[in-house]
Ligand binder design. Structure first.
Ligand SMILES: [Zn+2]
Ligand SMILES: [Zn+2]
Length: 252
């Protein structure tokens, strides 16, 4: 019976590589084909230009960011194609639980190498509700939930963004921070769930760190002992005009 179910599943649910689209084995819990998987491992092992550590060990974070640490798996530029970039793009657009699960496992594995997570709670970086209703999907929340499950810690959604017409895409660092300060709010009466806890602040990509920084400050003001931001990837803010198209796709 279970066998029959698995066979039916393989017929209806086709898994494809998130980067190149190649067909994957139906029972694979990978999100990448072997070729892209190898490229992904290389990307995680690329040296950070600033600290010279590999990406998974890099803790450079963002300038002036109030999170205690910022960890990520890979770093990419909007100008270049990379598996990391395609994973973030696929996460944002495909609603695929397969990709969410894969990234949550990868993140959990890395987090365990540098953080004690026994008293941790996972919190998602809040999305603009307008964008969530447009896409019907909140990838940071999905990722935070999956990561919490993977680490065996609670997931709590204590941050919210007010409805706002301004898109962050074309804003510089200061404007983004100002925007986040005006729009991110803490859920009323929720401070009990993060009090004296280590908060894992989860998002897919970080560009300037301004939203992360504002979220971290708010979490600490509400009793969090420490805030560690965990990202799939870091990316740099490019000059909007030159790369508007790519930026529109994956920056926020
Ligand atoms: Zn592939
Ligand atoms: Zn670094």
């Amino acid at each position: 019976m279970a066998d029959l179910f698995e066979k039916a599943k393989s017929f209806f649910f086709v898994n494809r590589c998130a980067a190149c689209g190649e067909l994957l084995k139906y029972d694979s819990d990978e999100a990448l084909c072997p070729v892209c998987r190898a490229k992904w491992e290389d990307e995680k092992n690329e040296k950070c230009e600033d600290c010279k550590q590999i990406q998974t060990l890099c803790r450079c974070g963002f300038e002036g960011c109030s999170a205690d640490t910022v960890g990520h798996l890979a770093s990419y530029s909007h100008k270049e194609e990379s598996v990391g970039k395609q994973l973030v793009f696929a996460l944002k657009n495909s609603h695929d639980s397969h990709i969410v699960g894969f990234l949550a496992r990868e993140m959990a594995e890395n987090i365990r190498t540098y953080l004690f997570t026994e008293d941790a709670v996972a919190v998602n970086v809040p999305r603009n509700p307008r964008r969530v209703s447009e896409t019907g999907y909140d990838q940071a929340k999905m990722l935070a939930k999956a990561l919490a499950k993977e680490l065996g810690v609670p997931f709590v959604s204590v941050l919210k963004q007010k409805k706002d017409k301004v898109s962050q895409k074309m804003l510089d660092r200061e404007a983004r921070e100002e925007h986040a300060r005006r729009n991110v709010v803490f859920e009323d009466g929720a401070s009990g769930v993060i009090k004296d806890k280590t908060v894992l602040l989860v998002d897919d990509i970080g560009t300037t760190g301004s939203t992360v920084s504002v979220c971290s400050s708010i979490l600490k003001e509400n009793g969090a002992r420490a805030v560690h931001c965990v990202l799939v990837a870091k990316t740099k803010l490019e000059t909007p005009d030159k790369n508007k198209k790519t930026l529109d796709k994956s920056a926020k």
